[in-house]
Design a protein around this ligand. Structure first.
Ligand SMILES: NC(=O)c1ccc[n+]([C@@H]2O[C@H](COP(=O)([O-])OP(=O)(O)OC[C@H]3O[C@@H](n4cnc5c(N)ncnc54)[C@H](OP(=O)(O)O)[C@@H]3O)[C@@H](O)[C@H]2O)c1
Length: 337
């Protein structure tokens, strides 16, 4: 089979296309014939910094495909199931940029017969992160589902990003009022296509004034891509017992928060890293995202605010570079070509 691997950290040029035997699933693992591998910023950041083991590292956390073998202790009924994969390469050698990968059985989630593999490969990192960000506030429920956020308003900073898009789609599915910020008219179209009720151009408009006009009592959750730049605005619009969920580090920038103003609403500033979130929160997120997929509530493509950019397996380096360069939408690898 063909796979992509790197044996040293560095730029996209460290990624090699190799031939290798199809891997055997170990105890508790399943083998997946991968259709699409999803690329996220975490994949190029890991490639740039992580020290791979001597056998090399197959990149990319997210993917989708069909289970074709199971290891000892795993129910063989899974064979033939269409699945999406989450965190394939977290502290493991096998990512999804390969014709076949092996992952712990609990890292595959049934996709069902209808949803596309492109959607499946876009779910893991962005949707699980978005779920966490939408559910950490004391004023919000810890589950998402149709109607779960009725009466709540959320602010998605960066509504045309991959996580931002996932947050808009999940929040709309849960019937929240969604306000999204963007930097351009084109990105405004994408955030609206994802389902945002209100879109604010942060380069041209006063975000705090717009949010307070829409939600006079403030918002319950802020899904924050740039806390260093947006902290002052967030502090002005967070509602009673709301949470600002910071999931991106702005390249290592520091955040300054006005303490007294945040005491009034008992606001929570919550750091989010999807890999290390509490087990229970991760399990609920996986269940809820699977339900959203089954409900037909989440989509990919330009019509869902998430244009797809598909690369063949041999061009994984170009796919990584596209994400690093800030591609708008979702970068996928079709591992079958
Ligand atoms: N902690 C975690 O578990 C976790 C999980 C997923 C992703 N991440 C990190 O989160 C970041 C985003 O990931 P992604 O996949 O969503 O990337 P992406 O698709 O490139 O989206 C980033 C978005 O943020 C917007 N943005 C940048 N500065 C902004 C600002 N000041 N206000 C509002 N929007 C702003 C960008 O558009 P404009 O610049 O045009 O505004 C862009 O649409 C990456 O650094 C990634 O590593 C962390």
């Amino acid at each position: 089979m063909r796979l992509i691997s790197y044996r040293r950290s560095g730029g996209p040029d460290v990624l090699e296309l190799l031939e290798a035997p199809v891997p055997e699933p170990g105890p508790g693992e399943v083998r997946v014939r991968v259709a699409f591998s999803g690329v996220n910023p975490t994949d190029w950041k890991s490639r740039s910094a992580a020290q791979p083991g001597p056998e090399g590292q197959v990149p990319n956390q997210d993917g989708a495909g069909t289970v074709d073998a199971v290891g000892e202790g795993v129910d063989p009924v899974l064979v033939g199931e269409r699945v999406w994969i989450w965190e394939a390469a977290w502290q493991r050698r096998w990512g999804t940029a390969a014709e076949y990968t092996v992952v712990p059985a609990r890292h595959v989630v049934q996709l069902g017969p209808e949803p596309s593999f492109e959607l499946g490969a876009a779910l893991g990192i962005p949707f699980l992160t978005a779920h966490r960000c939408l559910t950490v506030a004391e004023s919000m429920p810890d589950r998402l589902g149709a109607g779960a956020l009725t009466g709540h308003t959320v602010l998605v900073q960066g509504g045309a990003g991959a996580v931002g898009n996932a947050a808009i789609q999940l929040a709309r599915w849960a019937d929240a009022t969604v306000i999204a910020t963007v930097s351009s008219p084109r990105k405004a179209q994408l955030a609206a296509a994802a389902g945002a009720d209100h879109v604010v151009n942060y380069r041209e408009q006063d975000v705090a004034a717009e949010v307070r006009r829409i939600a006079p009592k403030g918002v319950g959750a802020i899904v924050e891509v740039s806390a260093a730049r947006n902290a002052a605005v967030d502090a002005r619009v967070i509602g009673m017992h709301g949470a600002i969920a910071m999931y991106a580090d702005d390249g290592g920038a520091e955040v300054t928060v006005p303490v007294r103003a945040q005491m009034g609403p008992n606001a929570r500033w919550q750091f989010v890293l999807v890999y290390t979130e509490p087990e229970r929160a991760k399990a609920l997120a996986i269940e809820d995202v699977a339900t959203a997929v089954a409900d037909g509530a989440v989509r990919v493509g330009a019509e869902a605010g998430l244009p797809l950019h598909v690369y063949p397996l041999a061009e994984t380096a170009a796919a990584h570079q596209a994400v690093q360069d800030g591609a708008v939408g979702k970068v996928l690898i079709d591992v079958t070509v």
